[in-house]
Design a protein around this ligand. Structure first.
Ligand SMILES: Nc1ncnc2c1ncn2[C@@H]1O[C@H](COP(=O)(O)OP(=O)(O)OP(=O)(O)O)[C@@H](O)[C@H]1O
Ligand SMILES: [Mg+2]
Length: 320
């Protein structure tokens, strides 16, 4: 929350003449640490929503592409034909003299000529307009004209916070005596998350489907991939989730296609020809969606791959 207040303060400040007219504020940190989550909380904060006249969120997930960003901002107002010049002209018209916030989420690389083109248009916005950037790479933030003082390095969470995340998922639906029995082991497991909320969530899901203390202790003492190989049946959700790692982050895939791929790989059990595999696939998928591992575009059944960060104890990522 401290991070959030600092960011909000930076976003809502208009200061000195020495500042660039368009201030870039960056959230940096390793994958899965919570940059996008923090950016979302900040962006949705009522103070921020009221302060800026125009608000745009663009999921970049690769290099800055001026045309893509312009298209994303203009949406329905995008001129026919989509010529870059006319898009930039429309963008200029849209933001001129208006205070905007533009979130560029997950920027991996910078193409400086694209950035210069974009920046030259964005400068037409009202003084006080801001760009909020999330990236794993500090160099990217600096290349996008973010001053050192506007770079917020998202630190890892304390073990206690990881435990909160893990236990809120793993303890769901369990009664107090059962919780008490698993508590100490659970806390030890949370301390292996290296302060990463993503790791805490994945372990929480894993533990949610394990009932005995022995099983929990097994998770504590084994690497996930070892368990994964040995006890495939116990990890159906994680199996499907790990499979999603082959899709680029922020790409889209049809839910049905995803389920069929998991079926073909044997992650959904054996086929009895009665449609139960599909049902199981949908059930796993719904659980993962409920836990925010995916976003679903309800209208057309597409899955938005929002996760590909560091997985728990991710020293052997190739196993995923
Ligand atoms: N403070 C938090 N409390 C609980 N869950 C969190 C917190 N921060 C992040 N998460 C969860 O952790 C996961 C990873 O978060 P997020 O996507 O924000 O990471 P990221 O730093 O943007 O990763 P990447 O570099 O891969 O884009 C998400 O499932 C998110 O819901
Ligand atoms: Mg992110």
């Amino acid at each position: 929350m401290d991070n959030m207040e600092t960011i909000i303060e930076k976003l809502m400040s208009v200061d000195g003449s020495e500042r660039l007219s368009l201030q870039v504020v960056s959230l940096i940190g390793v994958g899965g640490i919570g940059k996008t989550t923090l950016a979302q909380l900040t962006y949705n904060d009522v103070r921020v929503q009221e302060y800026f006249e125009l608000k745009f969120w663009i999921c970049v997930s690769h290099s800055i592409d001026t045309a893509e960003i312009a298209k994303g901002i203009l949406k329905g107002a995008c001129p026919r034909g989509g010529q870059l010049d006319s898009m930039l002209e429309s963008l200029k018209e849209m933001i001129s003299e208006r205070k905007f916030i533009l979130v560029l989420d997950n920027v991996w690389e910078v193409n400086l000529s694209q950035w210069d083109t974009l920046k030259n248009i964005l400068r037409f916005g009202c003084h006080g307009s801001k760009i909020l950037l999330t990236t794993r790479n500090k160099r990217v933030a600096r290349m996008l004209d973010c001053l050192q003082e506007d770079i917020q390095d998202i630190g890892v969470l304390p073990d206690e916070d990881c435990w909160q995340i893990l236990s809120s998922i793993a303890f769901f639906g369990r009664r107090e005596p059962e919780r008490a029995k698993l508590w100490d082991t659970g806390k030890c497991i949370a301390s292996t998350c290296d302060g990463l909320p993503l790791a805490a969530r994945v372990l929480g899901i894993l533990l949610r489907f394990k009932s005995s203390l022995e099983e929990w202790k097994n998770v504590m003492t084994n690497e996930i991939w070892e368990l994964h190989d040995a006890e495939v049946d116990l990890y159906p959700h994680l199996h499907c989730f790990s499979y999603c790692g082959i899709f680029p982050k922020d790409s889209y895939i049809m839910v049905d296609t995803l389920i069929q791929c998991c079926m073909a790989l044997g992650y959904l059990g054996s086929d009895k020809g009665d449609g139960s595999m599909e049902l199981r696939g949908r059930e796993y998928f719904n659980s993962l969606t409920m836990l925010s591992f995916f976003q679903v575009e309800e209208a057309d059944g597409k899955v938005h791959m929002v996760e590909r960060g560091k997985l728990p104890r991710g020293k052997k990522e190739d196993k995923y």
